[in-house]
Design a protein around this ligand. Structure first.
Ligand code: NAD
Ligand code: IPM
Ligand code: MN
Length: 358
């Protein structure tokens, strides 16, 4: 029996997490495993209900369970709150820190049925399988932030990007270990031609590579990397990078798969894994049964693989997703001529049914 803390959050969060729960129920039947789910307030909805975007009760539940499944947080109605009350800074970042989730795995995998759904040519993306390993609890997200008024009356805003050797080494190990089980290649993405922190990343990662003679290490500057991801993404295997570069590059990489609604993530490092789609709360389509639940459903597959040691069952979930896509079912974001458009609930239901039959 495993206990999963559900944090649906804001915007499309409740819809996509409900879809993932449908699939979790199908996993229970298919694999004969029992999940207990406990839902908690998190993000803007928690602020509205309690005045705190990350209430103590929610923190306690997260620490008591075996894994956390998060939808998304944020939205325009909370954008002008005091910084520490905002869903992103008051809830999401503290959750990642609380769980010690320093390694964020964001796989960009193209399902063959969707090779024509990308805005890039089929031959550029077909068969793509890359893994962005994004450092998640350090860097400019967590460095000092402040403003000061200068003697001349101008206002200065400061965000500090900082990394220690230990922070770099532990996430780099995750990337090297993953590469060993994949295609044996790590590309470190940085801005070492300008940033001191990037130069430290290069030193630490290059020296660690000595322990992994079977893994090939390459370096690339982040601006060139963004261009290469669009030009020829299949040259990459594992892409290791700091927090903000990883945030930006993984949204870019998601579009290679057809939609940001396809990209799951696992945030690892602590005792309790955190699983969430990489996209946000999509306020523009919230409450319309329109969001693609597949990113969240594939996050459940990552939970099975990385937190519950159920790799075969994780594979079955991924195959059920592939099967439903092969049958031509599409949510609006990946819709193409001749395909059958369905909503969030229907897509999750189809995947659950297919999983039970597998
Ligand atoms: P977003 O990812 O929410 O949306 C970007 C675009 O992608 C929108 O057009 C949206 O409709 C579409 N989209 C996203 N997910 C989709 C899905 N599952 N199916 C179909 N279409 C989908 O990014 P944004 O608009 O920049 O941010 C909106 C809010 O979400 C902001 O408040 C932001 O801070 C927050 N956010 C939260 C998280 C998180 O909780 N992890 C991540 C990113 C953004
Ligand atoms: C993500 C999001 C978050 C991030 C924001 C909402 C703080 O964009 O999970 O990718 O930048 O990490
Ligand atoms: Mn992001």
């Amino acid at each position: 029996m495993y206990t999963i803390t559900l944090l649906p959050g804001d915007g499309i969060g409740p819809e996509i997490v409900a879809g993932a729960v449908q699939v979790l129920k199908a996993v229970q039947e298919r694999a004969g495993v029992q999940f207990v789910t406990r839902e908690a307030l998190f993000g803007g909805c928690a602020y509205d209900a309690t005045g705190d975007p990350f209430p103590e009760e929610t923190q306690k539940l997260c620490l008591e369970g075996d894994a956390v499944l998060l939808g998304a947080v944020g939205g325009p109605q909370w954008d002008n709150l005091a910084v520490e009350k905002r869903p992103e800074i008051g809830a999401l970042l503290p959750l990642r820190k609380l769980l010690g989730a320093f390694a964020n795995l964001r796989p960009s995998t193209v399902f063959s049925a969707l090779a024509d759904a990308s805005t890039l040519k089929r031959e550029v993306v077909d068969g793509l399988d890359i893994m962005v390993v994004r450092e998640l609890t350090g860097g400019i997200y967590f460095g000092a932030k402040y403003r000061e008024t200068l003697p001349d009356g101008n206002v200065k805003a400061v965000d500090v990007m900082e990394y220690s050797t230990g922070e770099i080494e532990r996430v780099a190990r995750v990337a090297f270990d993953l590469a060993r089980k994949r295609n044996g290649k790590v590309t470190l993405v940085d801005k070492a031609n300008v940033l001191e922190s990037s130069r430290l990343w290069r030193e630490v990662v290059t020296s660690l590579a000595g322990e992994y003679p079977d893994v090939e290490l390459n370096h690339i500057l982040v601006d060139n990397c963004a261009m290469q991801l669009v030009r020829n993404p299949k040259q990459f295997d594992v892409m290791l990078t700091e927090n903000m570069f990883g945030d930006i590059l993984s949204d870019l990489a998601s579009q290679l798969t057809g939609s940001i609604g396809m990209l799951p993530s696992a945030s690892l490092g602590g005792k309790i894994g955190l699983y969430e789609p990489i996209h946000g709360s999509a306020p523009d389509i919230a409450g319309q049964n329109q969001a693609n639940p597949i990113a969240t459903i594939l996050s459940v597959a990552m939970m099975l693989r990385y937190s519950f040691d159920m790799p075969e069952t994780a594979g079955l979930v991924e195959q059920a997703v592939a099967g439903v896509l092969n049958e031509g079912y599409r949510t609006a974001d990946i819709m193409q001529p001749g395909m059958k458009q369905v909503g969030t609930r229907e897509m999750a239901e189809l995947i659950g049914v297919r999983l039970k039959l597998s």
